[in-house]
Design a protein around this ligand. Structure first.
Ligand SMILES: [Fe+2]
Length: 361
């Protein structure tokens, strides 16, 4: 157990989790600290709420064990204040309390606590709960890192193909919206949103001169553009979550009648996610300006989707999408229960779309 600043407990991440103990009762504080150290954790201990809150900012612990009945700021208030900082969103906070009434538990949960440990505690239970909370924490931190990588790649496409800026972000919203109508699970919606964000990442491998060319493309130039799904697949293959959305990247230009690329898949041989992104990609491209043509109105674009149903697009999906969009008055709202809030949070702020557009691809 250590109180105050100590260089070897500086906020660097290591494989040994750091637990912050905030407990005013010295005997309990010593007992908890020794127990946790004997289990292999780094421990930092404080005796009041204000110091505990400061220690979170200084030491960035992996878990906080927080007594409720502290002098000054009590455990509920410390929890509430910690949760105001987005950096503590996934920090596990376990409250130590002698009170076990339902009202106390509700107060703790409302403040943002993850779990309760009743005093006097059984040591094996305390350790088991800490391990469980840390496992969840590791999973969440891993997800955040993966989301940050996806967002970085999405930003790279936007930077490369600037005239289509926000296209990928809009697509993620529209694709998730259509996916919600289909009743996809949150995990499936997440995969569709990621696939939509990254569907054109292969454009990184297509020369700028071709991507931004105002006039018609030559046959050779089209051949280069048509390579972007395969290039994108190669770029994203090392990502852990690639299995969930890789097919969207490779197959977002396949067509229902088998005349698409790169594999000439027909009908449902193209994954549902790729068919969803194919439709929303076409809709978004049609409703925004491109160097070689102006934007169509929403009604005109929906008419094009109706015409392409059963040829370019999955007939049922196209009908569902047209119903969904045609029923909306005014700007398209974002889907409720945004499944990719984490991704959106990592996207760099972008300027409003300007009138010139890039090549749909
Ligand atoms: Fe594309």
């Amino acid at each position: 157990m250590k109180n105050g600043t100590r260089p070897d407990l500086a906020p660097t991440r290591s494989s040994t989790p750091t637990v912050l103990v905030v407990e005013d009762d010295e005997a309990n504080r010593v007992l908890l600290s020794r127990l946790l150290e004997s289990e292999g954790y780094r421990v930092h201990a404080e005796s009041d709420g204000e110091a505990g809150k400061r220690a979170v900012a200084t030491y960035r612990p992996d878990l906080v064990l927080l007594d409720v009945g502290l002098p000054g700021l009590d455990g509920y208030e410390v929890t509430r204040r910690l949760r105001l900082d987005p950096r503590n969103a996934t920090l596990p906070i376990l409250l130590l309390t002698g009170r076990t009434s339902l009202a106390d538990i509700v107060t703790g949960l409302n403040a943002g606590a993850d779990d309760f440990i009743t005093k006097p505690f059984a040591q094996p239970e305390l350790i088991a709960r800490i391990r469980s909370a840390l496992r969840l924490r590791r999973a969440l931190v891993g997800m955040e890192a993966a989301h940050a990588v996806v967002a970085a790649l999405a930003n790279a496409v936007e930077a490369k193909d600037a005239p289509t800026e926000r296209h990928c972000e809009r697509l993620a919203l529209l694709a998730a919206r259509l996916g919600s109508r289909l009743g996809l699970s949150i995990a499936e919606l997440d995969a569709v949103a990621y696939g939509a964000l990254l569907h054109d990442v292969g454009k990184i491998g297509v020369p700028d001169a071709v991507l931004t060319k105002a006039g018609p493309l030559t046959e050779e130039e089209w051949a280069l553009v048509r390579r972007h799904p395969e290039i994108g697949e190669r770029i994203c293959a090392p990502l852990e979550s690639f299995a969930a959305f890789g097919t969207i990247i490779r197959h977002h230009h396949e067509r229902w009648d088998g005349t698409g690329y790169p594999d000439g898949l027909r009908g449902e041989a193209t994954s549902l996610g790729a068919r969803i992104v194919g439709i929303v990609d076409a809709f978004d491209a049609m409703t925004h300006d491109r160097p070689y043509r102006g934007a169509l109105s929403v009604d005109q674009a929906l008419e094009e989707l109706r015409r392409g149903a059963g040829r370019q697009f999955d007939r049922q999906l196209a009908r569902l999408f047209v119903d969904e969009i045609a029923g909306v008055r005014g700007p398209l709202p974002e889907p409720a229960g945004d499944p990719f809030a984490l991704v959106a949070r990592h996207l760099r702020p972008m300027e409003p779309a300007h009138p010139s557009g890039g090549r749909a691809g």
